[in-house]
Unconditional design. Structure first.
Length: 286
């Protein structure tokens, strides 16, 4: 009896979702079309720009963010090895989708985190949703997105963003809540408005914690790239998927190591930048 009830319930949900997909799928895809156009433009920019210019720009960004010779040299060596082993184009495609997904996660997640920090009721509502998002198996994310939008870059982009967004929301909320109450009282005493207190006090002081959230968002986006390759996301995930299908050990390991290299570059650079912000804040208050 219980099994029959479950089948009827799931059938009803599936039919309702399919009807929703038929009615709104094209509209939702049209809404995200500008984002797809930006992704394709950025991907084309990385692919058509000479490799040495991309290498110089990446090195400059890493250096100015981290001020670390070790991280900068490691970045140069890793990117040169990726190019030597013929994985440059796939790496650029992966890099483009990670950058776009991270920016979109920040644009959506930061306001939600700020809203959570300002309301215990909102935090009570959003926190269980984030718990579900972070514990749900990554392959399950593909089902509703594919049913709604089919296979392609837009559904792949949405899957990566949804999977990677929780850390930036959680740590934005945490960082703002951890701001010293005495600092906020001083801001109020100087007549700061709510907006001035948020932009001039809370966000700057919470920035190291927010940077940690961005770091985790990037790591989760990279982890989802291989899974998203199942629904048409191009890049380093596709050769890994092919290696699994055809049992190509070396191909899978090499492309997996390229993903690891990109992850380490992002991780070390964002961590170093967060530590610089922390030291700057301590020096300003010291």
């Amino acid at each position: 009896m219980n099994g029959s009830l479950l089948r009827e319930g799931t059938r009803a949900v599936d039919q309702a979702y399919k009807a929703f997909s038929r009615a709104w799928g094209d509209t939702i895809e049209a809404i995200f079309r500008p984002l797809l156009d930006f992704l394709l433009w950025f991907e084309s920019l990385l692919l058509t720009t000479p490799w040495w210019i991309v290498l110089l720009v990446a090195t400059a960004i890493v250096w100015f963010s981290s001020h670390s010779r070790k991280i900068t040299i490691g970045t140069v060596v890793a990117l040169l090895l990726i190019g030597i082993f013929g994985m440059w184009e796939d790496t650029m495609r992966t890099l483009s989708i990670i950058v776009v997904c991270t920016l979109l996660s920040i644009v959506i997640g930061l306001p939600i985190g700020i809203l959570m920090s300002r309301s215990d009721r909102v935090q009570a509502i959003v926190s269980p949703i984030l718990d579900v998002m972070q514990t749900m198996p990554s392959f399950v994310y593909l089902i509703p997105i594919v049913m709604l939008l089919g296979i392609g870059l837009i559904p792949g982009l949405l899957v990566v963003v949804i999977y990677a967004m929780p850390p930036i929301i959680r740590l934005t909320n945490l960082g703002i809540r951890l701001v010293d109450k005495e600092v906020l009282e001083a801001a109020d005493a100087f007549g700061a408005s709510t907006w001035q207190r948020l932009t001039g006090v809370q966000l700057p002081l919470a920035l190291p914690t927010i940077m940690a959230g961005i770091n985790q968002t990037i790591m989760m986006a990279l982890a989802m790239v291989v899974v998203a390759s199942l629904i048409g996301v191009r890049g380093l995930g596709q050769p890994v998927l092919q290696a699994i299908t055809n049992q190509y050990f070396a191909q899978g390991v090499m492309n997996g190591l390229a993903i690891v290299a990109i992850a380490i570059i992002f991780d070390r650079t964002s961590q170093a930048y967060g530590h610089r912000l922390q030291r700057h804040r301590e020096a300003a208050h010291g």
